[in-house]
Ligand binder design. Structure first.
Ligand SMILES: Cc1cc2nc3c(=O)[nH]c(=O)nc-3n(C[C@H](O)[C@H](O)[C@H](O)COP(=O)(O)OP(=O)(O)OC[C@H]3O[C@@H](n4cnc5c(N)ncnc54)[C@H](O)[C@@H]3O)c2cc1C
Ligand code: FES
Length: 509
């Protein structure tokens, strides 16, 4: 039977489609003006919104695992039954529709009410007062999850930031490049906090924790009592010790305020100097090139990102940036910045109207140190994200946790890991005893090239390359003694999701 086509292609699902029309268990169509994806899992068929609630990734290219679907772009995971975003970076659920199977055809009817989350509500013995220190990825995800699980006690979120929690990864990408509108940046509208009963106190620095009296102390001397405390203070950029690095046109990038300061400076600059060929440094380079600014990158290493991605990918990333006009000064350092002139160790001099320093971050551990929590280049936490002091949890860039995949205690600086840890910590603060066992995932974006990375490989003895890096179609496996520790990919989204599932399975053995 001929089907009416929607503007985006695909049949009108209210008219029914035959099973034979499904490809790889999925079929995209529409209901009215809404794009809907049918997903076949086991004996059931589900109808969900066709695009991810994070950045609108096409779920038709995602991976179905049991009764969930994972997004191809940044690996969010949705429950097919409820539409719930069960794994960050998506936080909002997907719309779901009622499905009927009749005479070997599938019909989609009205939108369903959002069913309750499957992992249940807060137990009766939940604490009264939860305090979260930090208004970033982990802190926000924890607060949101507490309310999603119907925690009815008080949530106080203390953040030294001036802005409500923001989509930090965007600050070195589209927002800095000038291609993302302002309203993409907050993780939630301002009204969310009042509506959800989350007391968000901005510009509030926590300076101490009294673990016996069970309260935190703020810089203004205020005390905030807690039954459970989550530390999610993130990391801060390492400052350059070079003479002249304290001038106002030398920037680092962590907060929205930092990003706005760079954008303002970029408006009056012809030439920028990026110090450090890290992920953030090179994303900043790409964003500034989009603003037509001449960009020089100075870094001590031989190849950008070689330590994380290996030499082949390092060479590719360098060439990609060079194609876009970035000039590299590798195996070199800046020894002085005098006004708008930067002198290199090699003797060269570069114009430096705007300088952005991206030479790494260090976890913000002062509070934990003062409170006497066990530390090891981060706050040591259990698989439940508990610190060494009862009722204090830690998540995100500050937490070093027992990673069951590498069998090591690891600390990473990934957006999705911080959010997922915030969510797990929230459940555990409610007494649920859920282990944090997600496979680490991060992404990075350079011009139109996304790099996805699953797993964790600090050292490897072999990199196998499937596909062609130069053609931007590849999957790299980082192995030690034959075992795959991590997988990086460019435009191999499904394979990246499959690798994630494989790493999860291995860790269960
Ligand atoms: C520009 C940029 C781009 C990035 N891009 C990517 C990416 O593409 N992919 C990726 O995986 N990761 C990316 N990251 C890393 C990612 O953003 C971090 O891993 C993540 O934000 C960590 O979350 P967090 O909650 O631990 O810390 P944060 O998000 O940094 O939040 C920490 C919060 O704690 C507050 N705070 C700190 N100390 C105190 C105190 N004493 N009292 C009160 N509040 C305090 C801070 O103000 C802040 O609100 C990027 C980071 C930056 C800066
Ligand atoms: S677009 Fe789906 S996880 Fe980002």
């Amino acid at each position: 039977m001929a089907q009416e086509q929607s503007p985006s292609g695909g049949p009108d699902l209210t008219q029914g489609v035959a099973f034979a029309e499904f490809a790889n268990g999925k079929l995209a169509g529409h209901v009215g003006d809404q794009e809907v994806l049918l997903v076949h899992s086991g004996t059931e068929i589900f109808a969900i919104a066709a695009h991810c609630s994070h950045y609108h990734g096409p779920l038709s290219d995602g991976l179905v695992v049991g009764d969930s679907i994972r997004c191809p772009w940044h690996h969010a995971c949705f429950d097919l039954r409820s539409g719930e975003a069960v794994r960050a970076p998506a936080i909002s659920s997907l719309a779901c529709w009622r499905v009927e199977q009749r005479n070997a055809r599938v019909f989609v009817h009205e939108k369903r009410e959002q069913p309750r989350p499957r992992r249940g509500r807060a137990p009766a013995e939940a604490p009264d007062k939860i305090v979260i220190v930090g208004g970033g990825a982990a802190g926000f995800a924890a607060a949101e999850m507490l309310r999603r699980r119907e925690f009815r006690g008080s949530i106080v979120m203390l953040s030294s930031d001036a802005a409500t929690p923001v989509d930090r990864p965007n600050l070195s990408k589209d927002y800095l490049a000038g291609s993302a509108p302002e309203d993409w940046i907050p993780l939630s509208p301002d009204s969310f906090y009042d509506e959800a009963g989350i007391e968000l106190r901005l510009n509030t620095e926590v300076t101490g924790i009294d673990t016996k009296a069970r309260h935190v102390v703020t810089a203004s001397g205020g005390k905030v009592a807690y039954d459970r405390l989550l530390l999610a203070t993130g990391a801060e950029p390492v400052r350059l010790a070079t003479p002249g690095a304290d001038q106002p046109h030398v920037h680092t990038l962590r907060s929205l305020a930092d990003c706005r300061a760079i954008i303002d400076a970029a408006k009056g600059t012809r030439c920028a100097l990026v110090i450090g060929a890290s992920f953030i440094g090179l994303e900043v380079a790409a964003a500034l090139r989009a603003r037509k600014i001449e960009v020089h990158v100075v870094a001590p290493e031989k190849r950008p990102m070689e330590r994380v991605l290996g030499p082949e990918m390092g060479d590719f990333i360098r060439a990609l940036h060079e194609e876009h006009g970035v000039v590299f000064h590798l195996e070199d350092t800046v020894v002085a910045i005098e006004g708008q002139r930067a002198t290199l160790k090699s003797g060269g001099v570069l114009e430096a109207g705007l300088v952005v320093v991206g030479i790494g971050v260090r976890p913000r551990l002062a509070l934990a140190e003062q409170a006497g929590l066990a530390l090891d280049r981060g706050i040591l936490v259990s698989a439940f994200l508990e610190t060494s002091v009862t009722d204090i949890y830690a998540a995100g860039d500050i937490a070093r946790w027992p990673d069951r995949h590498s069998d090591e205690n690891i600390r990473v600086e990934h957006w999705v890991v911080a959010q997922r840890q915030g969510q797990t910590a929230a459940l555990n603060m409610l007494g649920q005893r859920e282990k944090f066992d997600a496979v680490p995932f991060f992404w990075s974006q350079h011009y139109d090239v996304p790099i996805n990375y699953v797993g964790h490989a600090e050292q490897w003895d072999e990199v196998s390359i499937d596909g062609d890096i130069q053609a931007k179609d590849c999957l790299l496996k980082y192995k030690r003694k034959g075992r795959v520790l991590a997988v990086a990919s460019i435009f191999r989204d499904l394979a990246s999701l499959q690798a994630e599932v494989e790493l999860e399975r291995e860790a269960m053995l």
